[in-house]
Write a protein that binds this ligand. Sequence first.
Ligand code: NDP
Length: 335
Amino acid sequence: NRRIVLAERPKAAPDANTLRLEDAAIPSPGPGEMLLRSVYLSLDPYMRGRMNDTKSYATPVPIGGVMTGQVVAEVMVSNLDGFAPGDYVLAGSGWQDYAVSDGVEVLNLGPKPANPSWSLGIMGMPGYTAYAGLLKIGEPKAGETVVVAAASGPVGATVGQIAKLKGCRVVGIAGGAEKCSHVVETLGFDACIDHKSADFAEQLGAACPDGIDVYFENVGGKVLYAVLPLLNAFARMPICGVVSWYNIPGLPDGPDMGPVIMGTILRMKVKVQGFIIFDSFPRSLYAEFARDMTGWLEEGKIHYTEEVIDGLENAPEGLYGLLEGRSFGKRVVRL
Ligand code: NDP
């Protein structure tokens, strides 16, 4: 049973010393338990936060502990009602080949589901994050301008496509020409600006001639600072993530942006609301999401891009690259 554990807490970007691949015995399920074999492991930006020992909405991974992660797994042995060998499940069993589970918080996907890995992406946590954050906090209205960064990633791509379905003008922000052309040509955004361009802020302003009504915050940093002067009165900012700051060792150098941020929120009467997808919305919203998203995918209204990495041993580099923009679409590891 190969598993990846946290070897040390990174002070900035994680590196070769952060995670360690170990071998352990395959565990045996007891009464009321089942043995799961991981098939796909999701890689997500929040995993960087679990490496830190700071106050957060979730407990950090202990040193020597198996890295946290959602997997799609196959039930190998079951001593539990409702789960049979051959069923696929969605479980939080982490970065390892095998795990024993008591079935709590485990979703049974049934035997041989179509596109099992999609439960980690468009039909799972990132897709639901985009849906709930945009519709319930962003409250986009037809004709408004919605801006989202990490626009080719699973959350941003879904935010922009749902906003298009709601009749908005949608401007994406992504790293590099290839991602930007995918966002416009395949995902159907109205424009996409490369945040690595020297005149990024000017280009963003030109792409938003009527200002910005909804800024779905995924990245923070210079993207946020370019957005602030463009916000319209009563704009909404769902704060979903600030990935450009996840690897920084301390507060960045430079001017204190506090007055600009707070002054803009005040003068433009901006609604700013952070959310964590697991506990920020009524549970009934998930069923609405699953129904809407299933329909949109069947009708070809939402396009989904997935990037599959082979082998658990490649998961650490897969995560580090994702944090720095080297992923394209939703990154999963096939075990
Ligand atoms: P992605 O797979 O899109 O990966 C993150 C992307 O962020 C990178 O690919 C990169 O895209 C972009 N990025 C990284 N650094 C920078 C930077 N300095 N400036 C601009 N862009 C940068 O991630 P997800 O779609 O899975 O997640 C998007 C955000 O949503 C993250 O912040 C994540 O933490 C958050 N999230 C929050 C949840 C919640 O409950 N609040 C739940 C799920 C996700 P590019 O190359 O295009 O710049």
